[in-house]
Ligand binder design. Structure first.
Ligand SMILES: [Mg+2]
Length: 346
């Protein structure tokens, strides 16, 4: 399969999973079943006003992660490395700037006004802040908002002790961009999440997820890729919880337990390693995208984040064409999401 199909599938699949789960994010499985029937919510809910299935903060922030690479490339292109003594601008700084732009969409505030300016590489007609849908508030995570209002967290100097899933759910573009260098994907995935999430499991889950996306983009099989991710995790301090969560996802997938019971055993997905584990479990037990996403959202926990992560994984494995055409059309900002995916291609 073409790399571009995997990239488009990854970001569009994430958006579809996010929009499927968003209406039921704060509902228990029992409430979902009483509202939608025993199979749960199985189709996108289309907004009356826009005629689109709404994406939430997970996809919005994922798009800003992708925007960081546009920002970074334009900065690198404009910088004479020689004049800086060989020091190139860091991707971490671009990620921070891009997330500040996201903060601006949600609060009208930004720590540095010049970071709103257009850049040459983004092109005049496709600037991220021209997408008015990104200014809609769709239950943005408090940790992300408060951390970005404070400054830039790093693994060495964390801003908080949060391991909410707000770090992991947004880093798929890191895995796509570094698809030829999975260890780099791991490192940058951790850095991207540590900007807002200071607990090791909060950023190591993001590193693991970005590396997984890189390996899948390079056509590794999911179980093999998970093995490589676990080996990388072993090299990092305080990685026990994330490794354990991934191990449990694989054990549950092999257990033959019902998906409802298996997911309940893995957690609710409000925290990073649980969100990753639930998404990985659904990808392991489902051969098709539609089934995987329905499974990934119909539970007690953070449905849109587990749906988004699962959609990223399934789309990367099977490509854009593996999702129902209707869903690809209905999901909000679908054309822009596809263009963003293409911008990450080498
Ligand atoms: Mg959300």
């Amino acid at each position: 399969m073409e790399l571009s199909n995997r990239f488009r599938g990854c970001l569009l699949g994430g958006a579809i999973g996010d929009s499927l789960g968003y209406p039921i994010e704060f509902m228990s499985r029992r409430q979902i079943i009483s509202a939608y029937g025993s199979a749960g919510l199985t189709d996108l809910i289309v907004d009356d006003v826009s005629g689109k299935a709404l994406i939430s903060d997970d996809t919005q922030m994922t798009l800003f992660t992708a925007n960081a690479f546009q920002l970074w490339k334009s900065t690198v292109d404009r910088t004479d490395a020689g004049s800086l003594g060989g020091t190139m601008p860091s991707i971490s700084k671009s990620l921070y700037k891009a997330y500040q732009r996201w903060l601006y969409t949600q609060t009208g505030q930004i720590r540095n006004k010049s970071w709103l300016e257009r850049t040459i590489a983004e092109g005049r007609d496709d600037f991220i802040l021209d997408q008015k849908e990104l200014f809609a508030q769709r239950a943005p995570g408090n940790t992300c908002l408060s951390a970005l209002q404070t400054g830039m967290g790093t693994m060495e100097k964390p801003l908080n002790n949060s391991k909410g899933c707000g770090g992991v759910m947004r880093v798929a573009p890191v895995g796509l961009y570094y698809w030829r260098d999975p260890v780099k994907a791991f490192d940058v995935g951790c850095k991207a999440a540590a900007i807002t999430h200071g607990h090791p499991s909060g950023y190591l889950a993001a590193g693991a997820f970005a590396m997984l996306i890189a390996l899948l983009s390079a056509e590794q099989e999911l179980p093999e890729a998970l093995g490589a991710v676990r080996s990388e995790l072993e090299k990092h301090k305080d990685s026990g919880e994330v490794t354990q969560a991934l191990t449990e996802a694989q054990l549950m997938a092999a257990s033959g337990l019902s998906s409802a019971k298996a997911i309940a055993a893995l957690g609710e997905g409000w925290i990073a390693e649980e969100a990753l584990a639930i998404a990985v479990y659904c990808a392991l037990v489902c051969a098709d995208c539609e089934r995987a996403l329905v499974m990934a959202v119909n539970h007690d926990g953070d449905s849109d984040s587990t749906g988004a992560i699962c959609g990223n994984i399934m789309g990367c494995i099977l490509g854009k064409h593996a999702f129902p055409i209707e869903w690809c059309k209905q999901v909000e900002l679908s054309d822009y999401i596809v263009r963003m995916a293409m911008s990450l291609l080498p």
